[in-house]
Ligand binder design. Structure first.
Ligand SMILES: Cc1cc2nc3c(=O)[nH]c(=O)nc-3n(C[C@H](O)[C@H](O)[C@H](O)COP(=O)(O)OP(=O)(O)OC[C@H]3O[C@@H](n4cnc5c(N)ncnc54)[C@H](O)[C@@H]3O)c2cc1C
Length: 741
């Protein structure tokens, strides 16, 4: 299997080759000429592309998808997909190698693959074979005019190879589709066909792979148009400024980036599982295609919005990419078929969990260790007893937090010098997944611990880190004020130096963890400095004299409060970091939390999704299982696809951390995606179950103890707090895409 580095080299090589031989300004004219198509195919074959998939050691599906993405980018319809299907089918041992394989690998042969009657798209055509002669018609055959061989997967467990592509027995009719040329219907009237046996499982897998290849090519096209649009909005001026400064444009492009990253990561995940021979690849492949189908067309439309009329001209590059995306992403039954496959998995007769991600040897082993520990320390009976108490809305159980503390896991990734275990972010992910699955209350203070390690002085580190590690303390945040929400730098709560002390006056609002032991407080220490430069951070005990509160009930049955500070006195040892440099501490600590917030939401969602599927499975409406309802199936299938894309986006942040960098806009992407997916989950549950899903805890018949509707009410928190999703989108556009502030 190739490494990330080798795939980057492959991408660079193919890109530069296509730039030379298939330049953007000539791509349309080149694609119309059969000789140019066979020419580029030979050139690609010389680079080894035509043999990709033959031997997993020299390139597998991940490499094939890289080439497909580059072909999409260059608008080059070379028959990579067709060769890949044949190679993979043969190396999979599900198909006997056809005689023309050596010619295919050298680029002499040009294959056109069809799934005929096996294709879930009923308009794809079908053929019959009798005494070695083939009759019938296949539709939407790409590049058929250049083909030397037609390869048609046949429902009878064979693959029909027609080598007489240019004989009188084959009639080609060009089909204009999406206003573009390149597709044909091929009518066979007695052409000679060699029948190669192929197992049904292999043929069905090749159909899944074909779909992935189309999605990869569509991604390449959509991504290229997107890159052009980003460059264009930086340059194009209206109302005296680059249009890329308008928030409407920035947020649209941020959404596009999220979708494009989600698609590429999902495709890569499916392909990597295939290359490693892990069964789940089929589920991941269906999810990747369904997600591509639901998002790439939107990306394509929205990049056109950013171009305005200039992209509407047929000689601009954008229209060819628009057409490519729309043609490729409805192949083989499109998203509807892929969603149905996912529904079949999650709403089948048996309950199934979402596939677990491979977190590497240490991560996988640790996952088992945590699960084992939780089965003893947080069994369902203990959870039920805890859920019956008033403490649940606080999401904290002091005894459990100390038990967790005794394992050392609250400092799992901390350096050893602070008493940590120096384990990897993947192990932290395993811990997060398992504690979420077991629905434990939270323990530890990861944000503040991370900041203590960076900004605390040695005395503070010695004083505060061990008690966090032991699970003995709870921290909260005093950041927001009535007039300072998103614009936190405008905060007005003051801390004034008085001898060795600081005296605090002002008001904080929406404080969730007001009942904890300590709060991190952001206060203005220099009223004359620029807003960001005059802020300092303090650690303050919640029971300090001079603090009063008024409690506010939240719409999710929780509580937060307004806090008033009246000459609250703290010593100089309460200052975190340097005076007037608090903004650094504040944004640094929020950044740490954001790295994992997407992951946290996604792990919660996985559990909720599985619970909802189990619940649907238990219901009958008018004597018919609800799980068989087509709309329910489509909703669940679509949701499963989004969930996988979300898990990939969250995992991406963890991978960046594991490589020693800090995800910034990448973590914001995971947060935006996950928070909105959580909202959508609640809405989907209402759509599926109707009024029943609105029943709250305590109502008779409330499904899942009223958790469905409560989670919906709670979901808004993830979109508003820790920097609203609008603020995050601006950050993604400005930092991730370099659009002007
Ligand atoms: C459940 C919950 C728990 C919370 N817990 C805490 C806590 O413990 N401690 C704490 O300090 N705070 C807490 N908060 C507050 C939270 O941090 C703020 O709500 C958040 O920062 C947004 O501020 P705001 O509510 O004042 O909204 P505003 O900033 O007033 O925003 C209102 C709307 O305008 C949009 N907007 C604002 N500025 C821009 C811009 N530049 N561009 C585009 N759109 C913009 C926002 O996205 C939003 O849609 C909590 C909030 C919630 C909902």
């Amino acid at each position: 299997m190739s490494s990330d580095h080798e795939r980057t080299m492959l991408r660079d090589a193919i890109r530069s080759l296509l730039q030379r031989h298939w330049p953007a300004d000539k791509a349309k004219a080149l694609a119309a000429r059969s000789a140019d198509l066979t020419g580029i195919w030979r050139i690609l074959a010389e680079q080894g592309c035509a043999a990709l998939g033959t031997d997993p050691a020299s390139g597998g599906l991940q490499d094939i998808l890289v080439v497909m993405e580059e072909l999409g980018r260059a608008a080059c319809p070379a028959p990579m997909l067709d060769a890949a299907i044949i190679n993979l089918a043969c190396s999979d041992a599900g198909m006997q190698a056809p005689p023309f394989l050596p010619d295919l690998h050298s680029g002499k042969a040009y294959a056109c693959v069809s799934f005929g009657a096996m294709d879930p798209d009923s308009a794809a055509g079908s053929v019959t074979v009798s005494s070695g002669k083939i009759s019938g018609k296949i539709n939407f055959a790409e590049g058929a005019r250049s083909a030397t061989h037609f390869v048609i997967f046949h429902p009878a467990g064979s693959c029909l190879i027609v080598a007489e592509a240019s004989s009188d027995h084959v009639t080609l009719t060009p089909t204009r589709a999406m206003g573009a040329d390149g597709l044909f219907s091929a009518e066979f009237s007695g052409a000679t066909a060699v029948s190669v046996p192929v197992s049904a499982a292999c043929a069905s897998d090749m159909l899944s792979i074909s779909r992935l290849c189309y999605a990869a090519r569509a991604w390449g096209a959509a991504n290229r148009a997107f890159e052009l649009a980003v460059a264009y909005v930086k340059d194009r001026k209206q109302f005296g400024q680059p249009v890329g400064r308008f928030q409407a444009v920035q947020h649209k492009l941020a959404n596009n980036l999220i979708a494009l990253m989600g698609v590429q990561l999902s495709l890569g995940n499916a392909a990597s599982h295939y290359d490693r021979g892990i069964d789940h690849w089929r589920t991941f492949a269906a999810a990747a295609f369904a997600y591509s189908n639901m998002t790439l067309r939107q990306v394509s439309l929205e990049t056109h919005h950013s171009f305005g009329a200039i992209g509407y001209a047929e000689d601009h590059e954008a229209p060819r990419h628009f057409k490519r995306v729309h043609l490729d992403i409805v192949r083989h039954g499109g998203g509807r078929q892929a969603r149905e496959e996912l529904a079949e998995r999650y709403l089948g007769e048996e309950s199934v969990e979402l596939p677990q991600y491979d977190l590497g040897e240490a991560g996988n082993r640790f996952r088992g260790e945590v699960r084992e520990w939780l089965s003893k320390h947080w069994p369902p009976e203990r959870r039920a007893a805890y859920e019956a108490t008033d403490e649940t809305h606080r999401d904290h159980d002091a005894k459990f937090a100390r038990e967790m503390g005794s394992t050392g896991w609250l400092g799992l990734t901390w350096p050893k010098k602070f008493g940590g275990l120096e384990r990897s972010p993947y192990e932290l992910l395993a811990l997060l997944e398992e504690t979420t699955r077991a629905e434990t209350p939270r323990a530890g203070a990861p944000i503040q611990a991370a900041s203590w390690m960076i900004y605390g002085n040695p005395e503070q580190q010695q004083r505060y880190l061990p008690e966090i590690l032991r699970g003995e303390v709870v921290y909260g945040m005093w950041y927001s004020e009535p007039n300072s929400g998103s614009d936190l730098a405008s905060l007005r709560t003051k801390a004034v130096r008085d001898g060795d002390d600081w005296v605090i006056n002002g008001e904080k609002i929406w404080t969730t963890t007001y009942w904890g032991d300590y709060m991190w407080l952001a206060a203005r220490t220099d009223a004359t400095a620029k807003p960001h430069a005059g802020i300092s951070m303090f650690i303050v005990r919640t029971d300090s004299p001079g603090i009063t509160r008024t409690s506010i009930k939240t719409m999710y049955d929780g509580e937060f409060c307004n806090t008033f500070f009246d000459n609250v006195r703290v010593s100089s040892a309460a200052l975190i970091g340097e005076v007037n440099r608090g903004w650094e501490v504040l944004t640094g600590s929020l950044g740490t939390e954001r790295s994992f917030v997407g992951t946290l939401i996604l792990t919660k969602l996985v559990r909720q999704f599985e619970e909802l599927c189990d619940y649907i499975r238990s219901l009958e409406i008018n004597g018919r299982p609800l799980r068989l309802d087509p709309i329910v199936r489509d909703t669940i299938g679509g949701y499963a696809a989004y969930l996988e894309a979300g898990r990939q986006l969250a995992l991406n942040s963890v991978t960046i951390l594991a490589k020693g960098s800090e995800p910034t806009w990448e973590a914001a992407i995971a947060k935006v995606f996950a928070g909105e997916l959580m909202e959508r989950f609640g809405e989907s549950a209402l759509d599926i179950l109707g009024m029943c899903a609105t029943l709250s805890a305590g109502s008779t018949d409330a499904p899942l103890r009223g958790r469905l509707e409560q989670k919906l009410r709670h979901s808004l928190m993830w979109v508003i707090s820790l920097g609203t999703n609008e603020i995050q989108r601006s950050m993604i556009a400005q930092r991730g895409l370099g659009l002007p502030r």
